[in-house]
Design a protein around this ligand. Structure first.
Ligand SMILES: Cc1ncc(COP(=O)(O)O)c(C=O)c1O
Length: 286
C-alpha cells in the first residue's frame, strides 16, 4: 500500500510530497509541529496536542491556516488513507513561502504538511530492562516551551546518545539541573519516594504525556512534586523515566555510567507505564 501525505490542501502520494525551496520552514526552521499517538485507530490526547499547536503558532505570531475542525478532519483522513492502527500522525506548519529575507513577509500564508504512519511497539526489553540516558549541556534557545521545528541541538544530542548506545540524552542547564530529554520529559523517583518532574517554564516543552502521567499519578495516590532537580539528584534517584507521545513512560536504568536504583525498572515507573498504556487504549478519541 502506498502512503499518502497532506500538503497544503491536497492528498498526495508520500513519495511525491514536496515543499517549495522558499518555504521558511526549510530555510529558517520558521515553523512548528505536533505529533499525536494513534492507538487502535484512535487519537491519544488529540485536544491538548492541538491546543499546544495553536499556542506555538500564537507565540511565533503565525496564523492557523485552517479551522481546527478542518485540521481534525485532515488528520482522520490521513489515518484512514494510510490504514494506521497503531502509530503516529505528524503535522507541521511553517510561516510562509517567500523570497528569503529574515523579517516576516507581508503576506504570510501558513504552509501545512501532515502525514501518518504505523509504528511497531517498543521491544519488550524497554520495559523489562529499561534504557540508558547520557547527559550533556543544554545548548538550546530560551523558548523551548514552543514546539518549533528548530531542533538542531536536539538532533545532535540524540545522535550522541545513539553513538553511546543510549536511548535518550538528558539535557542539563547551567545550574546543573536537568531540563528534559532531547525528545521527551525527564522524571525521577527520589529515595524518599517522591515523584519529581521539572515544573513547566520556557526551558522545557510542556509535554502532553507529562500532563496525563501527572493526572494518572495523582489518581494512583503518588506523591508528586513539580520542581527542578539536579543531575546529581537524578543519579542518586531510586527510579528514573522519560515520557513522550511516542515513548510513553520508558524506564531509565542508567544515567551516564551511574546505574539507577538496583538497575531494573522501578515499581513506580512500571505502575505508571502500565496505567498509561491502559489510558492510551481507553482514552483515545475516534
Ligand atoms: C523536547 C521535548 N520534550 C518533551 C517532549 C514530550 O512531549 P509530548 O509528551 O507532548 O510528546 C517532546 C516530544 O516530542 C520533546 O520533543
Amino acid at each position: 500500500m502506498s502512503r499518502v501525505a497532506y500538503v497544503n490542501g491536497r492528498y498526495v502520494p508520500h513519495s511525491e510530497a514536496r515543499v517549495h525551496i522558499d518555504d521558511r520552514g526549510y530555510q529558517f526552521a520558521d515553523g512548528v509541529y505536533e505529533v499525536v499517538a494513534i492507538v487502535g485507530q484512535r487519537f491519544v490526547d488529540e485536544a491538548p496536542h492541538l491546543d499546544r499547536l495553536e499556542r506555538s503558532l500564537k507565540e511565533l505570531r503565525m496564523t492557523m491556516p485552517m479551522s481546527r475542525r478542518s485540521l481534525e478532519l485532515v488528520l482522520r483522513e490521513l489515518v484512514r488513507r494510510n490504514r494506521v492502527r497503531n502509530g503516529i500522525v505528524y503535522m507541521q506548519m511553517s510561516r510562509a513561502v517567500a523570497p528569503r529575507d529574515h523579517p516576516f513577509p507581508k503576506l504570510a500564508k501558513t504552509q501545512v504538511v501532515a502525514w501518518a504512519r504505523n509504528s511497531k511497539p517498543a521491544p519488550a526489553s524497554v520495559a523489562e530492562d529499561g534504557v540508558k540516558a547520557i547527559t550533556m549541556p543544554d545548548i538550546r534557545w530560551g523558548r523551548c516551551d514552543i514546539k518549533s521545528t528548530a531542533l538542531l541541538p536536539n538532533v545532535l544530542a540524540k545522535q550522541l546518545a545513539r553513538e553511546a548506545g543510549a536511548y535518550e540524552a538528558w539535557l542539563v542547564d547551567e545550574d546543573g539541573n536537568v531540563t528534559e530529554g532531547s525528545s521527551s520529559n525527564a522524571w525521577i523517583v527520589t529515595s524518599k519516594g517522591e515523584l519529581v518532574t521539572r515544573s513547566t517554564d520556557e526551558a522545557i516543552l510542556a509535554g502532553v504525556t507529562r500532563r496525563t502521567v501527572h493526572e494518572l499519578a495523582k489518581e494512583e495516590g503518588l506523591r508528586l512534586v513539580e520542581r527542578k532537580f539536579s543531575l546529581a539528584e537524578a543519579k542518586g534517584a531510586r527510579e528514573a523515566f522519560v515520557t513522550s507521545a511516542s515513548s510513553p513512560v520508558v524506564p531509565v536504568t542508567q544515567i551516564d555510567e551511574q546505574v539507577i536504583g538496583n538497575g531494573k525498572p522501578g515499581s513506580t515507573t512500571l505502575k505508571l507505564r502500565e496505567r498509561y498504556l491502559r489510558y492510551m487504549v481507553e482514552a483515545g478519541v475516534a
